[in-house]
Design a protein around this ligand. Structure first.
Ligand code: 7RM
Length: 629
């Protein structure tokens, strides 16, 4: 499984293309299977269906927990760094984590949760979040983690889409110097969620919460009564493991479905290789478990490898902008994985913050979530990596389940701001607007993948057609990523950003349509159009053009009200950075908004708006420019 040199990478890559089934079967056979698979792959990108290790049976927690009990029972599995730097860090060894997962599995079973049932998890970054996720996996329930920053409306949308039976949450959350309600938000969400029978509440902040008789239970009380004995449920490799909602260019977020076997094999393989994890290394992924990065590289990938994974509850700027560096010292972190937005934001505090920080434990750095600009790459390399840690710029998506295009730490020769080369099993292809392959090097195109890898999205929950049209219809026979990409003279890949109506705000995926729908819910708003624009720290910011019924009495107040509406409908991460009131939007004769023009204006480029002759009313553009100045 382990690649140890550039030559081994090339050999593995060639084998993965020439004999993909042999390649992945060898890797899959390194895991514990309850029933071995005999069939490796069955697939079609035309009438979309992918099945890996189809007739095999396994349980991902048997591989992530039980398997390590024989070898490293007393090694740390999760190191919890609480929000308050003065509070004691809590280590859960593999033995302890196993016992707590088993207990909570029994808690879920006692509430009638069965294989295939959906469980919504809405929690802050505390060990119980990982425990809840793993307990679901152990009993075969499908977890649907909802990021703790989402609104009640977003929670209920997700619960209702997949009809969750149970919600797991906390009384509150602490992030920096803020206390955030969690249970209260869940209570609001549940006003419109008839499928939910039970809510389990872990205490974190001891804030008073209302506990509904017959529905709400305290985590601690239930866990105390539960046995630590729970056999892992035998799962077919293609049984769903989890649903994770992600934004697209249209409509509400889609429930991306990943399945047990392929996801296990791929996250474990990519974790071990890309980060070159060695036994005993301490790995710190700063992502929240509410996003795919947290699922794959804070929980599953590391635990499948018997790694030590740091779980940090707080924020990078509390108590000050040196917090990450203090955590690295405190836990002697060897591998650090974060997002460009965090790097740029911390860079902005100046190098004084780094004075006296001991970063000597670091060996590998990682980046994920958005393109990393060269300046941030250099700063990360010099100031954090002290010039001698490779940076793995990992490109992947919620839908891909695991890392796709990325250097292998210390092995792949790096180029700043390049995701470099595809990992074994990944066959990228660039196409033009007509789907024609763009061959050769030194080219730009739309990034597609032409062959399945084990953790490819299987479906969008409850709507397989949507999965087919979103990913497999733009370019028939190919998986379309939605990203633009350049392949340079050396065949190295650089992701240039989304080519669809999906924005990337601080590494968070948000659809323009989602924000527009939220804005349009505000009273007095007739219509809106949202685009992303370049933002120094966030990568992209959100720019909203809004048409109101009447001229507003106080623009600033109305702006604030709109922000409050967006925060309530989606969550604070979707609040526009800029709101411009307009009287019309640039529409074509067929009624389509020409976002190209709005993007240019948002960028401050008024001169080169291109062809506006197809607009219904070209004068709209002049008034928008006048308003933007
Ligand atoms: C892991 C994650 C996916 C989108 C993707 C890209 C962008 C992610 C990189 C990147 C440039 C990278 N999943 N993206 N990683 N762009 N370089 N290394 O972020 O589903 O939330 O977002 O993020 O546009 O399509 S995600």
């Amino acid at each position: 499984m382990r690649i140890n040199s550039l030559q081994e990478y090339h050999e593995a890559y060639s084998l993965s293309v020439e004999k993909p089934e042999e390649f992945w079967a060898n890797i899959a056979n390194e895991f514990d299977w309850i029933k071995p698979f005999t069939k490796v792959l069955d697939w079609s990108f035309d009438d979309y269906s992918v099945k890996w290790f189809e007739d095999g049976q396994m349980n991902i927690t048997a591989n992530a927990l039980d398997r390590h009990l024989k070898t490293i029972p007393d090694q740390a599995a999760i190191v919890y760094e609480p929000n308050e730097p003065g509070d004691e860090a809590i280590t859960l060894t593999y033995r302890q984590l196993h016992a707590r997962v088993c207990k909570f599995s029994n808690v879920l079973k006692a509430q009638g949760v069965k294989k295939g049932d959906r469980v919504c998890i809405y929690m802050p970054m505390i060990p119980e979040l990982a425990i809840a996720v793993l307990a679901c996996a152990r009993i075969g329930a499908i977890h649907s983690v909802v990021f703790g920053g989402f609104s009640a409306q977003s929670i209920s949308d997700r619960i209702n889409d997949s009809l969750c039976k149970i919600v797991i949450t906390t009384d509150g959350a602490v992030r920096g110097n803020k206390t955030i309600p969690m249970k209260e938000t869940v209570d609001d969400a549940l006003l419109s969620c008839p499928s939910v029978e039970t809510v389990i509440v872990k205490t974190r902040t001891k804030t008073p919460v209302s506990m509904l008789k017959g529905r709400d239970l305290w985590w601690e009380e239930e866990e105390a009564q539960a046995s630590a004995d729970c056999a892992p449920e035998p799962m077919n490799a293609e049984d769903p493991l989890f649903i994770l909602y992600t934004s697209g260019s249209t409509g509400k977020p889609k429930g991306v479905v990943h399945t047990c076997g392929g996801y296990m094999v791929y996250t474990a393989y990519t974790f071990a290789n890309v980060f070159q994890y060695n036994p005993g290394d301490v790995f710190f992924c700063t992502a929240d478990i509410g996003w795919i990065t947290g699922h794959s590289y804070l929980v599953y990938g590391p635990l499948l490898n018997g790694a030590i994974s740091v779980l940090f509850e707080g924020i990078p700027t509390y108590p000050d902008a040196g917090r990450f560096w203090d955590i690295i010292k405190r836990h002697q972190v060897n591998i650090f994985y974060t997002a460009p937005t965090a790097i740029r934001s911390l860079m902005g505090f100046g190098d004084e913050v780094l004075e006296g920080k001991d970063l000597s434990s670091l060996r590998v750095l990682g980046s994920v979530g958005e393109p990393i600009n060269e300046e941030a790459w250099q700063w990360y390399h010099e100031k954090i990596g002290q010039g001698n840690c490779p940076i793995v710029d990992t490109w992947w998506q919620t839908e891909t389940g695991g890392l796709m295009i990325s250097p292998i730490a210390g092995i792949t020769p790096l180029k700043p701001a390049f995701a470099t080369l595809p990992l074994p099993g990944v066959q990228p292809i660039l196409v033009d607007e007509n789907g024609k392959e763009i061959e050769g090097n030194g080219v730009n195109g739309n990034l597609c993948i032409k062959y399945p890898w084990p953790s490819i999205i299987r479906t969008t929950y409850g709507d397989h057609e949507r999965c087919k049209t979103t990913y497999f219809s733009t370019y028939p026979g190919l998986y379309f990523t939605g990203d633009g990409c350049m392949r340079d003279e050396d065949g190295y890949y650089r992701i240039t950003g989304r080519v669809d109506d999906v924005m990337n705000i601080s590494g968070h995926r948000i659809g323009t349509a989602e924000v527009e729908n939220a804005i349009n819910m505000h009273t007095g708003v007739i219509e809106s159009a949202v685009v992303g624009f370049p933002h120094d720290v966030k990568g992209q910011g959100i720019y909203a053009y809004v048409i109101c019924e009447h001229p507003t009495i106080n623009d600033d107040l109305t702006r604030k009200d709109i922000l409050a509406t967006v925060a309530r409908v989606i969550g604070p991460i979707a609040k526009p950075d800029k709101i411009q009131f307009v009287t019309g939007l640039p529409k074509t004769r067929s009624g389509k908004i020409m976002r190209r023009i709005l993007r240019k204006v948002a960028e401050g480029e008024f001169g080169s708006l291109g062809d506006t002759s197809t607009l219904l009313d070209p004068s709209v553009v002049d008034s928008i420019i006048a308003g933007a100045l």
